[in-house]
Design a protein around this ligand. Structure first.
Ligand code: ADP
Length: 307
């Protein structure tokens, strides 16, 4: 096998209470990539369509993540990468993660799988370091493992796959403004109040238990963020209205997707998730904000081979 064409899913990181540790993969939206072995050493980004992004290896997250893998590989050749972006950069649904994870996943397949998925997360995190200044794993882990993932620890890296109920659907609305992850990190405080920490880790535990137990009500009760959302939501037009609209349309919970500006909601069943999307759309139409909406089941496989 010399060439692979793959689907690289969009991802929702943080999932309200799990800042930098929780994430989930989507099915309905993602990039495509073609990765090919080449005799020339290193990584070349030979095509990039759909977005205006750098193609120099050291400026593109796919190049940086790919180089991290090559540095630990015996392989003497290189790779050519074509990227077809469908996920807008700076949308908060893991645009950079899709490229970082996709590059290293496909390279590993083409090399005969010398690296574990956990190791691929480490390589892909180097792409995230380029995109946001911080090597976070909460988007690249669900992109690579699929489903819901928990980063239990960063040092050492310990990723846990979390089972989840099959009727769980996500709705994401992306207001057409760009918020750079690096900027939305700068406004965060570096310390938290103990009372807020208590609420937050109660909710993280509750969300994990709710996912395991397939207890939708518990999932809903746990989808709260007392630490990051109150600060970051200021950057997102109509955030409070969209969130309360989603809840009144039947969503289990709603919050900021990643670093925003996308807003996500989780629902039981596709019909409710669609209704949530319609309600969100109306709110942005009323206040005159352009948007994209995605309704998706949770993607269990992560990155997939396309024919
Ligand atoms: P998101 O949360 O949607 O990934 P970020 O703001 O974290 O958005 O990342 C986008 C940043 O990463 C931009 O500055 C962009 O120029 C840079 N970048 C480099 N290569 C890529 C790529 N292949 N795909 C997406 N973004 C990339």
């Amino acid at each position: 096998m010399e060439t692979l064409k793959i689907f690289c899913p969009a991802t929702i990181a943080n999932v309200s209470c799990g800042f930098d540790v929780l994430g989930l993969a989507l099915d309905a939206v993602g990039d495509e990539m073609v990765v090919r072995k080449s005799a020339k050493k290193g990584i070349s980004i030979t095509k990039l369509e759909g977005q205006n992004l750098p193609t120099e290896t050291h400026l593109n997250v796919a190049g940086v993540a790919g180089m991290a893998l090559l540095e630990q590989s015996d392989y003497q050749g290189g790779f050519e990468i074509e990227i077809y972006k469908k996920i807008k950069a700076g949308s908060g649904i893991g645009s950079s993660a899709a490229s970082s994870a996709g590059a290293v996943w496909a390279m590993n397949e083409l090399l005969g799988k010398p690296f574990t998925t956990a190791k691929l997360v480490e390589f892909a995190m180097e792409g995230e370091r380029l995109a946001s200044g911080v090597a976070h794993a909460d988007n690249v882990a669900p992109a690579l493992f699929g489903g819901f993932t928990l980063v239990r620890s960063y040092h050492p890296l310990d990723i846990v796959e979390i089972p989840f109920p099959s009727e769980l659907f996500a709705t994401v609305i992306h207001p057409q403004i760009e918020v750079k992850t690096a900027d939305s990190r700068k406004i965060l405080k570096t310390s938290i109040r103990l009372q807020d920490g208590i609420k937050q880790w109660g909710n993280v535990g509750g969300l994990i238990a709710g996912l395991f137990l397939e207890d939708y009500a518990l999932i809903g009760r746990s989808l709260h963020d007392h630490i990051v959302e109150p600060i970051r939501s200021i950057l997102i037009p109509g955030f409070d209205d969209i969130k309360s609209g989603a809840l009144s349309a039947g969503a289990l919970g709603s919050g900021i997707s990643g670093s925003g500006p996308s807003i996500f909601a989780l629902s039981q069943g596709e019909e409710t998730a669609q209704n949530v999307g319609e309600t969100m759309k109306k709110i942005y139409q009323d206040i005159g904000v352009d948007y994209d909406v995605h309704v998706s089941k949770i993607n269990r496989e992560g990155i997939k081979i396309l024919d």
